[in-house]
Design a binder for this molecule. Structure first.
Ligand code: ADP
Ligand code: ADP
Length: 234
């Protein structure tokens, strides 16, 4: 589903060139929950931004369902993000004045849909993430784990084939984080959806709950380990 070939991304910092990704090649199939770990500066955020078409590589190819996304113009990148990717963040990024269901429905506004029209779909997604009884609550009335569930429902609103999560357990206690890992695993493993989820994390326990752990080091793939069901932390 996703195929990176020899992907390189440099940054220019004060006349110096910093190599964030140094010609990495990777394939990720659908139906998988994948984690990307590694020390600070290893290139994890850069990789996530490239996968989400928030940034483009300097060289190499990024193919998503056969389409080259590494060289899209701004408008096509934006359309790709809107329809193909659901983003999940460490600090949830919910809109504080909107209720849970309104937050879930927000992505449809960009397509000119009014919030109210999207309400049944938003409520169904809140049910799916176990928050059916919190639909009218504002973010300030929810726990961290509940806020992340709202954010996950929002990420699913456009039914994207790719979920990208940046440190999704970073602001949660370990029990709550484990429950969020289980939910993201269920979402990636949903065989009807042909979806995959890729998470960047510093949390090795969270990474052990995924199907595959890719370790980046200095812009290169240091290791790439499949986690069997038996050794998976749940
Ligand atoms: P990680 O997410 O693993 O901490 P990053 O992808 O953020 O790593 O960074 C990889 C390297 O690229 C680091 O050396 C970082 O300093 C550099 N880098 C990342 N983003 C930028 C940027 N916008 N401008 C300049 N250098 C950057
Ligand atoms: P980092 O990990 O580098 O600190 P974040 O993962 O929090 O950064 O966010 C990456 C950037 O991508 C942010 O500037 C965020 O606002 C932006 N972003 C995330 N999703 C979208 C989107 N769908 N459209 C446009 N920008 C987005």
């Amino acid at each position: 589903m996703i195929e990176l070939t020899q992907v390189t991304r440099h940054y220019r910092v004060g006349g110096q060139q910093v190599t964030a990704l140094d010609g990495i090649s990777l394939e990720v199939g659908s139906g998988l929950f994948v984690s990307v770990v590694g020390p600070s500066g290893a290139g994890k955020s850069t990789l996530l931004h490239l996968l989400g078409a928030l940034d483009s590589p300097d060289s190499g190819s990024i193919r998503f369902e056969g389409e080259e996304i590494g060289s899209l113009d701004d408008e096509r990148q934006s359309a790709f993000r809107r329809h193909k990717v659901g983003f999940i963040f460490q600090f949830f990024n919910l809109l504080p004045t909107l209720s849970a269901w309104e937050n879930v429905a927000v992505p449809t506004l960009l397509d000119g849909v009014r919030l109210r029209t999207a309400k049944p779909a938003a409520l169904a997604l809140l049910d799916l993430v176990g928050l059916g009884n919190r639909a009218e609550h504002r973010p300030s009335e929810l726990s961290g784990g509940q806020m992340q569930r709202v954010a996950i429902a929002r990420a699913l609103m456009m039914d994207p084939p790719l979920i990208l999560a940046d440190e999704p357990t970073g602001n949660l206690d370990s029990t709550t984080g484990a429950a969020i890992m289980e939910l993201l695993g269920d979402i990636a493993h949903d065989t009807d959806a042909r979806r995959s989820a890729i998470m960047v994390t510093h949390n090795l326990d969270a990474a052990r709950a995924t199907d595959r752990v890719i370790t980046l080091r200095d812009g290169l793939v240091g290791s790439d380990e499949s986690i069997t069901a038996r050794s998976r932390v749940r």
